[in-house]
Structures are given as structure tokens and as C-alpha cells.
Design a protein around this ligand. Structure first.
Ligand code: ZN
Length: 360
């Protein structure tokens, strides 16, 4: 998450256009490329329990440090409990949160070093939260792409690197933290890195932000995730052939963070521990896509640990405690996305190249 209210920028308007274009496809004729299938009359009834099997390989993709816990802290615990493995990938270090850094530094114009220090701190918070969830068994990695700039990579910086508006970097400024500190900030390279990770992980479940999330970074991360899954399924990642061979379509679970007037109680200012026992359902006006919504019902222990993990994001608790608390609920809801969503991500984006570009 970051910030709690999506910025009203040119990227925001572009996102609105993108979503409008996708929405037109809700009513597309059968056979048309679409992220959506026909909406059931009573979507609230189509909300079965998410069932996790033994030995799952879960990959969680998060735009900012804290989204992994907001979206899937319960699911992460459940997969590990069922003898599975968990890998978490953070697209950014969350170093573009102007409001928070301005507030912390008491400077109207913080320096790039201030934003980088903030990103390093947020990474520490995420690592601490993951350790709390399962004592170091979670494999977490940072790609270090520009916070607030992921949507720009899709639209304007597919091959030409983008420069972060806050850190002033055009490649990750976290040399010891990231997979590749020299990777340029462009869309093709982000897609390539993500595809390699997916091929290495061979996930049975991928958790990613809903491509319809109204925050540009979340939207873009969802699209990049679908593109990378497609690359793996098509055998076009740069992973070792052994890792990329015989891919099987994973379950894709999309989590939602930014949506108008959602989640309930996000601005209630009257947090009660009892509220955590209420369920959280996806908003009724979120387009319903096949195979439909599912929800994981957390045990008391999982819920308690999610609460404790969320408390470790001190930098975020300082600016949006009610928003964070609103996601600590008895259920974690997801939209399941099928092969059609993967196909649509490849078909709908006017990319200059059909697959990830090779690195020099
Ligand atoms: Zn976020």
C-alpha cells in the first residue's frame, strides 16, 4: 500500500482510461479476449472457501513493503503449515511516499537520500514481519523498481529507462538488497526479472495485486505478474531450461487494496480488536471474473499473527493505522483469475515486443 489515496496524476488518468477500456470488455461477445466473464446475478453467493493443499509453492508479488501482509499474511501461514514453500517478491522498496518522508524529515523537499533511507527502513519492516510469520522460512526478495513509477514502465518506459521522481535513480539504489542492482528501470527488464523468478519458483499459487486495483502501482504489478506468468507458460523466460520446462498453470489469486469506499472501516477511527473477527468481502462493484471470488478463513492463531505482523510496519502505522487495521479480518478475500486473464494481459497491452527483451 502507498499512499492510501492514489495520486491524481497523469498516470492516474491513464489508469482510468485503461480500466474503462477493460470494462468495455465485460460485455464482449463470447470468444473475445477479456479479463472478465459474465457476472453472476448474486456475486455474494459465489464466495467459496479457499482450500490449500499440501506442498504448495506460493509466490506472493507485492508492489510495496506491507502489501504482502495486507493481502496474504494468513495465506502465507497456511501454506507453510501445510508443508509448502513461500517466496515473496517486492517490486519496490516503497521509497516514493512523499507525504510520509516529508512528515518524517520535516523538510518540504526531502533529498533523494531521505527517500532511499525510507525505502531501506520499509524493507526492514517487511523482513521483520515475514520473520514473525514463520521464523525465516519465507524467501523474500526485492526488485527495487521505482515506487510510484510502475505504471509508467508499462506505458512510456518499456525500453527507455525511467528515473524515479523521489530517489532520482534509474536503477535500484539498494546494492546489497536487490537481485540485480544494475537492472535499468524499464518495463521489459522488470517483466524479464519477474518471469525468471516465476520460472525458478514454479509456483502452484501466485498471489498478485488485482489488475483492477485503483492504485497505479498495484494495477501495474498485477499486469506485470500476468505477463510474467504467461512468459513462463510460453517458455519465453530467461530462466534455465530445466526451471522453465513443463510449466503448469498456477492458481492465480488477486488481492485488492485500493478501491473506492473499501475496505469497510478504513477511516472509522474507532478500532476495536473485536472487529478483527468480522469477515472481509470484496466490494460488490468490483467486476466479477471467472473462476470467481474465494476467501481464506483464518484461524485464531493466523489472525493473531497477522495482527502482530501488521504492527511491525511502523512507518505505515504512523500515517494510516485505520487503513491497515481494516485488512486484519477473519477472512482474506481474493479474485481468482484464469488463463483468460493471462491471455488478455498479453493481448491488450500495446507492447513494442511480444516477449521480454534479452539482456545484453
Ligand atoms: Zn501498496
Amino acid at each position: 500500500m502507498l499512499p492510501s489515496r492514489p495520486p491524481r496524476t497523469r498516470g492516474r488518468r491513464a489508469l482510468a482510461l485503461w480500466c474503462a477500456a477493460l470494462s468495455l470488455l465485460v460485455a464482449a461477445p463470447a470468444g473475445a479476449v477479456s479479463l472478465f466473464h459474465s457476472a453472476p446475478k448474486h456475486p455474494e453467493r459465489a464466495n467459496p472457501q479457499l482450500v490449500i493443499g499440501e506442498n504448495e509453492r506460493l509466490l506472493v508479488i507485492a508492489p510495496h513493503p506491507d502489501d504482502e501482509t495486507i493481502g496474504a499474511a494468513g495465506l502465507i501461514q497456511r501454506v507453510l503449515e501445510q508443508n509448502g514453500t513461500v517466496r515473496v517478491v517486492l517490486m519496490t522498496a516503497g521509497d516514493g511516499y512523499v507525504e510520509a518522508v516529508t512528515r518524517e524529515t520535516h523538510q518540504p523537499k526531502p533529498r533523494p537520500a531521505d527517500y532511499i533511507a525510507f525505502g531501506e527502513r520499509r524493507m526492514k519492516e517487511s523482513r521483520a514481519a515475514m520473520r514473525l510469520l514463520d521464523h525465516g522460512r519465507i524467501h523474500m526478495q526485492l526488485l527495487g523498481f521505482p515506487d510510484g513509477g510502475l505504471d509508467g514502465l508499462l506505458r512510456a518506459h518499456w525500453l527507455q529507462p525511467e528515473r524515479s521522481k523521489t530517489t532520482d535513480a534509474s536503477d535500484p539504489p539498494y546494492d546489497s538488497e536487490v537481485i540485480d542492482p544494475n537492472v535499468p528501470y524499464d518495463g521489459a527488464d522488470l517483466r524479464r526479472e519477474l518471469g525468471t523468478i516465476i520460472a525458478e519458483t514454479r509456483p502452484t499459487i501466485v498471489v498478485l495485486p488485482d489488475p483492477l486495483d485503483q492504485h497505479p502501482d498495484h494495477h501495474a504489478t498485477g499486469v506485470f505478474g500476468l505477463l510474467a506468468i504467461g512468459d513462463w507458460l510460453n517458455g519465453t523466460t530467461s530462466a534455465e531450461p530445466k526451471q522453465a520446462s513443463n510449466p503448469v498453470m498456477p492458481r492465480i489469486l488477486a488481492y485488492l487494496v485500493h478501491w473506492p469506499d473499501w475496505p469497510p472501516d478504513a477511516e472509522s477511527k474507532t478500532f476495536s480488536k473485536q472487529d478483527e473477527h468480522r469477515t472481509l468481502a470484496l466490494p460488490h462493484d468490483l467486476p466479477h471474473r471467472a473462476p470467481g471470488h474465494v476467501a481464506l478463513r483464518l484461524t485464531d492463531h493466523e489472525l493473531e499473527k497477522k495482527h502482530a505482523a501488521m504492527a511491525l510496519y511502523a512507518s505505515q502505522q504512523a500515517v494510516m493505522p485505520d487503513m491497515l487495521a481494516a485488512f486484519v479480518r477473519r477472512t482474506e478475500p481474493f479474485s481468482q483469475l484464469g488463463p483468460g486473464a493471462v491471455h488478455a494481459a498479453h493481448q491488450l497491452i500495446p507492447l513494442p515486443t511480444p516477449t521480454a527483451s534479452p539482456r545484453p
